[in-house]
Design a binder for this molecule. Sequence first.
Ligand code: OAD
Length: 232
Amino acid sequence: MTEGPIVILTGAGISAESGLGTFRDADGLWTKYRLEDVATPEGYAKDPALVLDFYNARRENCVGASPNAAHSALARLERARGDVLLVTQNIDDLHERAGCTDVVHMHGEIMAALCARCGNRRPWEGRMCLTDVCPECGMDGRNRPDVVWFGEMPYHLDRIYSAVTNCGLFVAIGTSGSVYPAAGFVSEAAAAGAETLEINLEPSETASRFDRQIYGPATETVPAWVDQLVGG
Ligand code: OAD
């Protein structure tokens, strides 16, 4: 049994086998769209309809997808140990639907709306369009998905850094290690004395910073790793 709390960081790779595309793999989203156009405040200011459509498609895919064995294994780990913090870069809700109760969405959530005028946040299931009216400030044309874009500050960083620098084990699952600050968590954890483990399909950009690596599809590697920690 690992000593000390566990912090797990997940990325798009954990949801890949649920049918949700990753960003930087061969057929990833950033090979089909320019991230400057659809995932920046400037892109939204220039063409909000294009941005809303991009995320409407992401939301539709998310609603149609189901959690896979890797999401379920992490929910089992959370139930078996009281000291696991799950931080995700993913905007989908597959961790929650697998049964995880405390998921820190550092890049926001596709199933939520944010009013760009007054900051009102609310759950959102259907399509978003320019005529949506904010129930708080009454403005239309300012509805956006509650996701973090490039150039914006990720959410919950105080809680995340506190957990990362006080854990016994830091694990990154299904992330390419190319977007900061998440890509830097492994170094922060290691500097504070934690053991570090990468679980990914193949070596990430930050693979050499981890003490240990396990490579293969998440639906196989993650359940096997959880079995080792807490039994099958
Ligand atoms: P990436 O698309 O950059 O990386 C996905 C990683 O998952 C790669 O290292 C793949 O090798 C791995 N992978 C693919 N299939 C896998 C599988 N079946 N099992 C295990 N691993 C698999 O996605 P992220 O690292 O999550 O941010 O991207 C980080 C951020 O960049 C995202 O949150 C998003 C994006 O731009 C914003 O939009 C702000």
